[in-house]
Design a protein around this ligand. Structure first.
Ligand code: NAP
Ligand code: MG
Length: 490
């Protein structure tokens, strides 16, 4: 007997009272200097730039702009700390500091989450439940490895690299900083880190946490600025390793810049992930996974499931469920606990997303957006579906980095594998099916660093993360993440 379909009633049309998270407990300075050698240092140029709240365009703080002189000062401080203190400490002692940082992050979790949402626009639900706990967990996890490196790499001599130059993007500001700093310190390196221009605040709060943890001066240095500051780090000749997370375009520039030098490099770059729904999948669960995969965090996720492949026999059903669920999404104030989709990170990014929506229409795809209202002030974008898209369309091939989903259908396993692999990227993918054998077949043939099965966007510090093809190379997280910060040649 055919099963009767149970229709899920979402909260469409309910008038939810505003539930804003309080900002009364957060402490922000009006102006932030550079964090070099354990002190707050004025930028040599005397220049500062604004960091704004993308949900209302108000200025949150003034941020120092580091130039070549400042970067040099930070590298010297990191080198001194490496030579005189950090490389001499035992793994057990390093672990204690890293553990202390994790504990303080947990204690200040609410403040960090609110600042993350204010500075970057992401919904408080995401920063509170995902970004900040995961960032603290990375420090806990790598604290545990600091005195066990020889067990991670048995029969090999384990040596730290020296000074690591680290550059992070704006989509997971604190989490990306944690991914970079925690393994570097655990392995005995010191760091000079540049956060993204539009979201520097939680990295600067982490500098305060390093001070509170009593971390020796110069072990962590934070230099703020735009792309030019990042380039000064990449090109500095006393840096041993570059760890970069960001766009493929900048990743290529960095790879060229370090070619022929002794710098080790890891690049975590863009993505265009395929989320694949088979006819035997639990469809409601799959639809929820698709929504989570592309619309939460405004689609500002390198591994966002931005392409959806649905098996033809369930296409109509999935489309109906997807549209139904989208009508219930709340776009608005990032600090409101009911908000599903917060603000787009910057005006530039909103313009990029709008440009791609226009391209999608011009390419002849059909578009669907829910009827939800969006705030007039600030940078917001409705969740958007494109269907009847072609494999060659730009919206199917290029990373949009916004809440825009391109949907295609397929009939056979081999067809969907060849379509899913047909992009320059290879970061992640998702498979929704009832059959374990199908999952194993798919994971072995999809050219993606991460494949989720019957779930999406799940992260764990113990699990390595990284891409194939133009999504970069090297792995962050897990035991694999240690080798990026060690010399294991001997
Ligand atoms: P981006 O423009 O490449 O910037 C990343 C970082 O590099 C920022 O701090 C940026 O500074 C800096 N930068 C810019 N030009 C530079 C240069 N010539 N030399 C050195 N540094 C430079 O990327 P984004 O727009 O911030 O982030 C979005 C991208 O990151 C997406 O493509 C996404 O897929 C990718 N991403 C990948 C992963 C992963 O793990 N694979 C994770 C998250 C994000 P400013 O921002 O201050 O200009
Ligand atoms: Mg900002």
């Amino acid at each position: 007997m055919a099963k009767k379909e149970v229709k899920i009633e979402y909260n469409k049309g309910w008038d939810l009272a505003p539930a804003p998270e309080s900002t009364s407990h957060i402490k922000l300075k009006k102006k932030y200097d550079l964090f070099i050698g354990g002190k707050w240092v004025k930028p040599s140029s005397g220049k500062y730039f604004d960091t704004i709240n993308p949900a209302n365009e108000e200025v949150l703080a003034k941020i120092a702009e580091a130039d070549a002189k400042d970067v040099d000062k930070a590298v010297k401080a990191a080198r001194k700390a490496y030579d005189t203190v950090w490389s001499k400490l035992s793994g057990k002692e390093r672990g204690k500091y890293i553990y202390r940082i994790a504990r303080i992050m947990q204690e200040q979790a609410r403040e960090l989450a609110v600042i993350e949402s204010l500075d970057g626009g992401k919904a408080i639900r995401e920063s509170r439940d995902i970004d900040v706990p995961l960032a603290a967990n990375h420090f806990f996890y790598y604290a545990g490895w600091a005195d066990k490196l020889e067990f991670a790499f048995p029969n090999r001599e384990v040596k730290s690299l020296g000074v690591a130059g680290q550059i992070t993007p704006w989509n997971f500001p604190l989490l990306m900083v944690a991914w970079k700093i925690a393994p570097a310190l655990a392995c005995g390196n010191t760091v000079v880190l540049k956060p993204a221009e539009t979201t520097p605040l939680t990295a600067l709060k982490l500098a305060e946490i390093c001070q509170q943890a009593g971390l020796p001066d110069g072990v962590v240095n934070i230099v703020t600025g735009a792309g030019a500051t990042g380039a000064e780090i990449v090109n500095h000749n006393d840096i041993d390793k570059i760890a970069f997370t960001g766009s493929t375009g900048v990743g290529k520039i960095i790879q060229k810049a370090v070619a022929g030098t002794n710098k080790k490099v890891t690049l975590e770059l863009g993505g265009k992930a395929a989320n694949i729904i088979f006819e035997d999948a639990p469809l409601d669960q799959a639809v929820e996974g698709v929504i989570n995969g592309i619309f939460f965090n405004q689609g500002h996720v390198c591994c966002a499931g931005s392409r959806l492949f649905v098996q033809e026999s369930v296409y109509e059903k999935v489309m109906r469920k997807l549209k139904d669920r989208m009508e219930s999404l709340i776009v608005g104030d990032p600090l409101d606990k009911n908000t599903d989709i917060g603000a787009i990170n910057s005006k530039e990014q909103l313009n990029t997303i709008k440009k791609y929506i226009k391209i999608g229409k011009e390419e002849g795809a059909e578009m669907y957006q829910p009827k939800c209202a969006i705030p007039k002030k600030g940078y917001f974008c409705k969740p958007t579906l494109f269907y009847n898209v072609a494999q060659s369309n730009r919206i199917t091939q290029e990373e949009i980095f916004g809440p825009v989903l391109a949907i295609q259908t397929f009939r056979t396993v081999s067809e969907v594998i060849s379509k899913a692999n047909n992009t320059p990227y290879g970061l992640s993918a998702g498979v929704w099916t009832d059959k374990g054998s199908k999952i194993f077949n798919m994971t072995s043939q999809l050219r993606a660093g991460i494949v989720w099965a019957n779930t999406y966007n799940k992260f764990d510090p113990a699990s390595p993360f990284g891409g194939y093809k133009e999504s970069g190379f090297g792995r962050e997280g897990g035991m694999h993440g240690l080798s990026a910060y060690l010399n294991l040649d001997s």
